[in-house]
Every structure is written in structure tokens, then in C-alpha cells.
Ligand binder design. Structure first.
Ligand code: M6R
Length: 607
């Protein structure tokens, strides 16, 4: 995905665009660029981080108070200046920035080439620029509407035209776009983080809507030019949430935020006295959910790991058949959706292309859809029948941390919501709610071991191959620990069920290889200890995540991270924390940019 920002007002556009791009850099950071209108169109693009663009702009900053800016995560074409946005047409002085992918760009491009257009880049975005240009006859808004009627795919775009120096036109379909409304000025962005420093009044465009902005006001319309009136709302975001404060990285900030973010996830939803869970977003569907015959859990990456834990929780606590599948697999394999199926789409961003497609596939086949999503108003949140928001606040680090615990906790609450309507007693539910109440303070306690976790990480940080092993509820935590390590430290790591190790991967174990075991005192503790011995006897170095008070574990493990005792179904909320810290320290010790790991972007809106 990419980040887009646009401005029209009376202030210089460039500083504002750069600030917005920096805030949205987590959305993509291969290349960046701006276009500013000031009599003529001035376009500056660079390869690399926004700071490279900033340096280039300092040489000769374009002046003007209407502009667009973009930070790119490459989908069509290499990371080059030519492929960086903004893209321009070859006839009318039109410049465009785009987030999304155009599915029919190849056929459109061929037709445009046949009509004499000369393309400079390999991108799908340049095709939209040319198409708008073809339709342009003095009215940019109309030309954008006409061009978008020809386009298939996803887009959030912002467009400028030299002939209309006081106009900015934006549009969306399937990619987020928010319009911040100030006093005689507008800031448009794919993300509220780029807007909130300037105004907290904003509205979102719906799919297939276009908005023409001038300093005097705006007009919103459909692609067929029917006027629509959007609802301006207060942005629920404050600057503190999106700034580093005293932390060096957003990932570390977000790891340390978890006691607070999880308290917010739970606030007002757990009724200890009556032993029940109140989830407003799914309340109206309670009867349908209770009658459901199976739950399908889906997501990608970290969200998939959380979904797996959700599967265990639903079967264990609510006694409902559940299974989890990668959204990317589910969407293409002609799945059977029996009557009474509920699909649960788990996603931080709510924009992941595969998860969205899986959700649509299941809904088309008759499933009731539930979203477990963080970003309010995101595509998955909009398209599901009902849902529960994570409420963990904006997650900016590319490596997901507080969203993972938010997802697990939300799925725990969903399971209790179901369980109490089926077989769970008030007492059992009350007990689990009491334990959930303790989770924030337990996490505080684990975070106090940050120095110890850093010291242990230093010992192993030069090892290039790691294994992460766990059983039961902590098997997905092993997967998550391995993903965290590999995505930001570039160390090769595999996660798997501890018992699976014997069926092949044990051959990898060599003298000194770090093997992380999640060895909390749950029902499979003894089995995990056996697996630890199997690794140890082959020279592996054992790093264990264990339960406070476990004196035995020290005899078996080289290093131990302790977590407070808690019921097994809740344990992933604690056992994952040392693994997040370990990955973050490993990446920092190896000198990597923790928040912007190579090749990644915060949300994957392409297949
Ligand atoms: O926004 P989503 O939760 O749908 O994103 C899913 C994955 O792309 C995401 O969790 C990814 O695996 C993260 N980089 C993990 O840290």
C-alpha cells in the first residue's frame, strides 16, 4: 500500500505534504514525490525514504499552496524515480497520486498507446493520468469522473491540473481516503495520521465518489455526477497516539502501550457481576451466532496467528466447531459454506486484499460475516455484517504487536460472549473475567524484564537460524514469535508445534542453535519439557518462556523469560510479550530500521 496526502489552502503546501508523508511512511517507503501548482506544475520525485525527498526539496522548494504527495510501496514496476508518484499526462498538465491497483490497466494502456499516448513509467497509475487527460476539456472534475467510469480495481487518487490552479480533485474506490476540513483549507490523506495535526473535522468518501475541493468549499458527487452530501465528523485520534514520545521506535512504543491498549479493548465490555460479555457490535446478531454450526476464521500474517488462537478459544470455551485458514488460500479453493457458517475476518488495517476477498467469497456463499478489525471505517469493517473493534489505537510499526494482543483479547471476548449463551456457567465466566482484568498489570510486570530480555538477545543475536516451538494455545504464539523475528531482524526463524519438530526440523539443530520454547505451566507442560530435552541433547540452546515460580525450568533452559501465572486460554496474551521484545532488540542490535523493515509495508492491499 502507499500513502497519499494532498493540500489546498493558503499555506505553503510542501512542508505540510512532507509532514504528512513522514507520518504515513509506514504505509510504504520505496520512493516518494510531490507535485505543487504555482502557475505551472512542479514535480519532484526521489527513490528511497521521505528524508531523501526532503533533502532534494531543500535545494529548491517548489512554492505554491496546492499540492499532492505520495510515498510508495512498489506494485507495478521497479523502485525508480520514473515509477515514483506523482505521475503526469502528456498533454494537459495533469498530475496524479494513487493508492491501490488498477486491474484493467494493461488493456487501457494498449488502447491509449494506440491513440498516441507516450508512457514514461511501468505503473498502472500513469494510465489513469492519461485517461483523465483524454476526457479533459476544461473541467477536471468531469474528466476524473469519466476516466474512473472506465477503470476497474481499487484506488484513492488526488489530481491536479495546470489549467485549474485553484482546484484539487480526489476520488476513492476500495482504498481509504479521508478529507480533513479546515478554515478555507483542506488536507486529504489515506490516513488520519496525516490530517489530525491540522484539523479534527473530517469526512470519508464512499466508494465511487469524487470530491472537488477549492479554497471556498467542496462538492462531492458520484461518478455519474449526482451530488451527495457527506457527513463531517470528529476524528477520534490525538497527536500523542501517533508520535514517538520518549521511544526510539514505534514498535517499542506499541509493545509498551499494551497494558493501556488492552484495558481500552476491554473497557465497558466485561460484566464481572453477571459473568457476561457485552459486545454492542454483534449484539443484534447474538441469536444467529448462537445457532451457528461452524466458525471460519481467516486473516494473514499476525492476524492469521490471532485467528488460530480464536479457533482454539471458540472450540474450547464455546464448544463451537471452528477452523482457521489463510485468506489467500480460502478465496481461491472453492470452499464449502454450509448453512449456519460464520466467517470471522481478523485484520488490523481492515484493508488486507486477501482477507477482504475471502470475506466476500464467504459472504456471497451465505456466511454471516464478523469483522475483528482495528481501523474504524476500513473496508473490512464496512463490508462485514457485524463486528468488534480492537480499540488499540493506531498501530504504526510495521511489525504488528498491540494489534495482535488486541485481536487475541477480542476473540477471547467473542468466545466468552458465545460460551455464556451456550454451555459456560456464570462462575467460570466470572473467573475468566477476573483474570482478564489482571492482564494489563501482568503485562506491566513482564515489561519490567525488558533489560534482561535485551541481555539475553545479545547472546544469540548473531545466530542466523532460530526455532520457535509451542503447544496448544501457544503453538500460534510460536508462529508469531518466529514471524516477528524474521520480519524485522532478517534472521531466519521457523515456528511450529513443539511435537512437529521431531518429524524433520530436528535435523536442523546444531550446536548453539537458539530454540525458543513457550513452556508455560499449562496442560502440556510435561510434553514441552520432553521436547526441550530432545533439543538440548542435540546441542540446541534453550530460551524458555515460563511461568513465574517454576523452579524446574532453570535446570533445563539456558535462559528463561518469566510471565505471571494465568489460565491456559489466556496465556498467549502474556507469553507473546517477551517474544515481541526479543525481536525488537534483535533488530535494533543488528542495526535495522525496526519500523520500516525491508520490502514490507504496513498493510498489503495487493495479492
Ligand atoms: O492489517 P492486517 O492485520 O490484515 O495485516 C495482516 C498482515 O499483513 C500483518 O499482520 C503482517 O503479517 C505484519 N507485518 C506482521 O507483523
Amino acid at each position: 500500500m502507499c500513502g497519499i496526502v494532498a493540500y489546498i489552502g493558503s499555506n505553503p503546501a510542501v512542508p505540510l505534504l512532507l509532514e504528512g508523508l513522514k507520518r504515513m511512511e509506514y504505509r510504504g517507503y520505496d520512493s516518494a514525490g510531490v507535485a505543487v501548482l504555482n502557475g505551472e506544475l512542479q514535480v519532484v520525485k526521489t527513490v528511497g525514504r521521505v528524508s531523501v525527498l526532503e533533502d532534494r526539496l531543500q535545494e529548491k522548494p517548489p512554492e505554491g499552496s496546492v499540492g499532492i504527495g505520495h510515498t510508495r510501496w512498489a506494485t507495478h514496476g521497479d523502485t525508480t524515480e520514473r515509477n515514483a508518484h506523482p505521475h503526469t499526462d502528456d498533454r494537459n498538465g495533469i498530475a496524479i497520486i494513487h493508492n491501490g491497483t488498477i486491474e484493467n490497466y494493461a488493456s487501457l494502456k494498449t488502447a491509449l498507446q494506440e491513440r498516441g499516448h507516450k508512457f514514461d513509467s511501468e505503473t498502472d497509475t500513469e494510465v489513469i493520468a492519461m485517461l483523465i487527460s483524454e476526457f479533459y476539456d476544461g473541467d477536471l472534475e468531469k474528466a476524473v469522473q469519466a476516466a474512473l467510469r472506465e477503470v476497474r480495481g481499487a484506488y484513492a487518487i488526488a489530481v491536479l491540473c495546470e489549467n485549474e490552479p485553484d482546484t484539487l480533485v480526489v476520488a476513492r474506490k476500495g482504498s481509504p481516503l479521508i478529507i480533513g476540513v479546515g478554515a478555507s483549507e483542506f488536507v486529504v490523506a489515506s490516513d488520519p495520521t496525516a490530517i489530525v495535526a491540522h484539523t479534527t473535522q473530517a469526512f470519508e468518501l464512499d466508494d465511487y465518489q469524487v470530491c472537488k475541493l477549492t479554497r471556498e468549499g467542496f462538492r462531492t458527487s458520484t461518478l455519474d455526477d449526482v451530488s451527495v452530501t457527506p457527513k463531517i465528523q470528529q476524528l477520534e485520534l490525538d497527536l500523542e497516539q501517533i508520535e514517538l514520545g520518549s521511544y526510539d521506535t514505534f514498535m517499542m512504543k506499541e509493545i509498551f502501550e499494551q497494558p493501556r491498549s488492552l484495558s481500552t479493548t476491554m473497557r465497558g465490555r466485561l460484566d464481572k457481576r453477571d459473568g457476561k460479555v457485552v459486545l454492542g457490535g454483534i449484539g443484534p446478531y447474538a441469536r444467529e451466532l448462537v445457532r451457528a454450526r461452524q466458525f471460519l476464521m481467516t486473516g494473514q500474517g499476525t492476524a492469521y496467528h490471532a485467528a488460530l488462537i480464536g479457533e482454539y478459544l471458540l472450540e474450547d470455551l464455546a464448544k463451537i466447531p471452528a477452523k482457521t485458514e489463510y485468506a489467500s488460500e480460502f478465496r481461491y479453493r472453492n470452499p464449502i459454506i454450509v448453512d449456519g457458517t460464520v466467517i470471522v475476518a481478523v485484520s488490523q488495517s481492515g484493508e488486507t486484499a486477501d482477507t477482504l476477498a475471502a470475506l466476500r467469497e464467504a459472504s456471497d456463499r451465505g456466511a454471516l460475516s464478523i469483522g475483528v478489525v482495528n481501523v474504524v471505517g476500513s473496508s473490512i469493517a464496512r463490508e462485514t455484517d457485524a463486528g468488534v473493534y480492537l480499540r488499540v489505537g493506531p498501530e504504526i510499526g510495521v511489525a504488528s504487536t498491540k494489534a495482535f494482543t488486541g485481536q487475541v483479547l477480542t476473540l477471547m471476548m467473542l468466545s466468552l460472549f458465545m460460551a455464556r449463551r451456550k454451555f459456560m456457567s456464570v462462575d467460570t465466566c466470572q473467573h475468566l473475567i477476573e483474570e482478564l482484568d489482571q492482564v494489563p498489570s501482568y503485562i506491566e510486570r513482564i515489561l519490567e524484564s525488558d533489560d534482561q530480555i535485551r541481555t539475553v538477545t545479545e547472546k544469540y543475536v548473531n545466530q542466523e537460524n532460530w526455532l520457535f516451538l509451542g503447544r496448544g494455545y501457544n503453538y500460534p504464539v510460536a508462529l508469531e514469535g518466529a514471524l516477528k523475528l524474521k520480519e524485522i531482524s532478517y534472521i531466519h526463524a521457523e515456528g511450529m508445534p513443539a511435537a512437529e519438530m521431531k518429524h524433520g526440523p530436528i535435523a536442523l539443530i546444531t550446536d548453539g542453535m537458539p530454540v525458543v520454547f513457550i513452556a508455560n505451566q499449562g496442560p502440556q507442560y510435561d510434553k514441552v519439557m520432553l521436547n526441550i530435552e530432545q533439543v538440548k541433547s542435540r546441542g540446541g540452546r534453550i530460551i524458555a518462556v515460563a511461568t513465574e515460580g517454576d523452579t524446574e525450568i532453570r535446570k533445563h533452559a539456558d535462559d528463561v523469560f518469566f510471565v505471571p501465572p494465568i489460565s491456559d486460554p489466556l496465556s498467549p496474551l502474556l507469553t507473546v510479550i517477551p517474544l515481541q521484545l526479543l525481536a525488537c532488540h534483535a533488530a535494533m542490535l543488528r542495526g535495522h530500521d525496526v519500523d520500516k523493515p525491508r520490502n514490507l509495508a504496513k498493510s498489503v492491499t495487493v495479492e
